[in-house]
Design a protein around this ligand. Sequence first.
Ligand SMILES: O=C([C@H](O)CO)[C@H](O)[C@H](O)COP(=O)(O)O
Length: 215
Amino acid sequence: MAKPLIQMALDSLDFDATVALADQVAPYVDIFEIGTPCIKYNGLKLVEELRARFPNQLILVDLKTMDAGEYEATPFYAAGADICTVLGVSGLATIGGVINAAKAHNAEVQVDLINVPNKVECARASAEAGAQIVGVHTGLDAQAAGQTPFGDLQDISDLGLDVRVSVAGGIKQSTVQQVVEAGADIIVVGAAIYGAPSPAEAAREIRELVDAAGA
Ligand SMILES: O=C([C@H](O)CO)[C@H](O)[C@H](O)COP(=O)(O)O
């Protein structure tokens, strides 16, 4: 099994603070996620900036597309995104549109299972449609209501689909081992890094934990 990748969620609205945070944690992360509020606020310019600064990290743009898949995703791939997200609840027509846009740019698609009622069915259909990643995701609002992604992660990774499985939703140092053991290929961490007194130190700890758990 390949070592899981670490995805840092950049969830600030501030352009310069986002770039500065990315600089601090770059040695420890594999993927920069431009979070949904951040990409809505800052747009393509931030994708271009991070693409130019970080040739060694993948860039995921968390569009959470709900309609007009190909039309919405195309400029973000053209600006340098390696991965864009589309909502599982959008349906296969929209997911297929984002897959078309990704193919045209030799890039990838993540289907976000957030709030999907039948996650197993959606993950299967997304894999069959050609998505490369499915994301098990407990959003910030659901986390505030006490939910976690752990049960869903196990259900989706147990399917053994030909996709990578990403997990997001309040992952922190104490839950890294659990999600690696449950089969996560991509571990998304936001608040546990950007909310730490030293984001670089928190990212370094997460890197060590992921590498140790995946060894
Ligand atoms: O995707 C996210 C959320 O929907 C806002 O865009 C977060 O980036 C993701 O949940 C990771 O952040 P944490 O849950 O704080 O680790």
